[in-house]
Design a protein around this ligand. Sequence first.
Ligand code: PMP
Length: 708
Amino acid sequence: MNGLPRELRGFFVTGTDTDAGKTFVCARLARLLGGLAGGRLSYVKPVQTGCTRRQDVGTAGGWSAPDVDAVALQWPRARALACFEPPCSPHLAASLAGTALSCRELAKACADAVPEGDMALVEGAGGCWVPLNARETMLDLMLCLRLPVVLVAANRLGCLNHAMLSVEALQARGIEVAGIVLNRTCPPAQCDAGCGAGAGPADELRILQDNEASLEAFAAEAGVPLLASLPWQEDPLAPLPQLEAVAGTLFDRFRRQGAPRGAMPSWSVPAAGESPESAAEILAFDRAHLWHPYTSALNPLPVRQAVSARANRIVLADGTELVDGMSSWWCAVHGYGSPALKAAMSRQIHAMSHVMFGGLTHRPAAALARRLLDLAPAGLEHVFFADSGSVAVEVALKMAVQYQIATGRASRRRFLTPLGGYHGDTQGAMSVCDPVNGMHTLFAGLLPKHYFMERPSARFDQPFDPASLSEAARILEARQDEIACVVLEPIVQGAGGMWFYHPRYLEGLAGLCRQYGILLVLDEIATGFGRTGRLFASEWAGVAPDIMCVGKALTGGMMTGGAVLASGAVAQGIEQAGPAEGGGVLMHGPTFMGNPLFCAAACQSIDLLLASPWQERVRNIEGWLREGLEPCRRHPAAADVRVLGAIGVVEAKRPVDMARLQDYFVSRGVWIRPFNRNVYLMPPFVSPEEDVALLCDAIRGAFDAGLC
Ligand code: PMP
């Protein structure tokens, strides 16, 4: 969806409410700013209700639009775009006229209405939350236009409340508030400032002055200046020196905005605080200075600039919308921008975004630990919060070693793990990743040497062969004095090869661990929270680990974070250590451990998941993936097709050219990032059937086009 409108420069004027005096302020500002801009100013009213039809084509092409007519008295370059007769909210007026407004179209019309090089003064309708249609409000239009906003606040009873709520709503969306103009909306005789019956002008003045002082102080806290406080003004044409100063300030600001940078960044919600540089500049800077995953610093694989993401769509800087097939590496199970997740995090930010976890605790941490222990397999009783998946694995491995030392088996300091595993990129985690994928030769001497056994050969979807466990049994028997734990991903080996193995393998391995008193560490970082069709993949085998790691979808993809869950026996074991053996304490404590914002996001994500029909959604996606990917099996370039839960993999016979394939996928409107020989999907659980079909079509298309 390209073809974005041209970017505008200037200001958007909104009100705290209807009748706050926006038009009054706009008319005067248009004249003053227009003068400063040497006549190069266009006033635009995107939507005007309460219009009347007229024969002589005027400011609104066949309509008389009251606000525009008022502005036109002071500044002739004034236009209304969408005009409606009923004097009501835009969404209602449009629907009464048998039409519907679209934020995107209005933004485009605004861009078309302002000649290139002109300063734009765009006046909203009513306040921030005035609806344009069933989904979009004036706030969305402001987001599209990305003009700094001047807020006109009516100086009357409720002024502070309305003004600060508006500032909060604007800032919460990353919209810049250039300042507030406080405006007295009725003459002194008509006291509406809340001074009560029998009060005189002096009482009213006291309240109005207090509104001004209080608003100035509160707005300053939010970083917003009170630009002016206007007295009641009978004559709309009389000069108002206060507004001359405002126009001067705004014009200075306008000059600092710089030249327009081409197209409007995107109609969708821009990221708060995004740099104003153009997409090309960002990409150039990125290429020169940013290191991306698994690529060169000097000659990197190409990247694209994402500007926003909603539900199962990612929006690029040029307006292209991509159907997401990756859930941002297993994380975004609810899709992007879930209002519930944003609200939970916003609440937590306002209360306390971070405090150290040493010596302090808080409700979000306790609430998250309680949820995790309630949901996890039986026997897990203690929770250690980590700052990422890899760190969770590091902690789990240290925990296992400390347990063995403390319980008198200090020689057990190595780990056993299957080939084809992936556990993260920090050194401890990397040492138990597949030695080839994890480049163990490159890091020889740095990484400790552990024991590897063959990849679980029994496929998930075929009869179980007990012989697949024989190597594990042999190594555990022979090396039981050396091995602290067996560590693996349950059922699905993810980044190491997207391989799905039989639950009986895991069951058998857990039995062997028990037999030798060796701990079982399950890495549920990728599989946890429903991805395989069970809340945790270990449930397929009915296995309860001694230690379990979670991460990724734990926060619904809102932020990083992980957790390590340990059994009572593990905690009690570590406790037995003498002073020389660690003294019973777990030797780990990252700075951001238990971060309240992470905990709040994770609690909300878990609640959201459990309240959703996630099993049905995952089952549906599984069916759609099977249907869509199964035809690839017949393709000569495909080695295998595997589907489990909301994961679908087509394994090619040869490694794929990732950059070329990704160009192709983007041209098909999907976001899929293959690696090595695997072209795979793990879409957000909220993905509708047609989008999953689109993802599968694109993969089939890539095989047919000879790209795999
Ligand atoms: N374990 C598994 C199974 C993973 O898939 C990953 C991430 N791909 C990790 C651990 C590491 O997590 P993180 O990238 O958050 O450190």
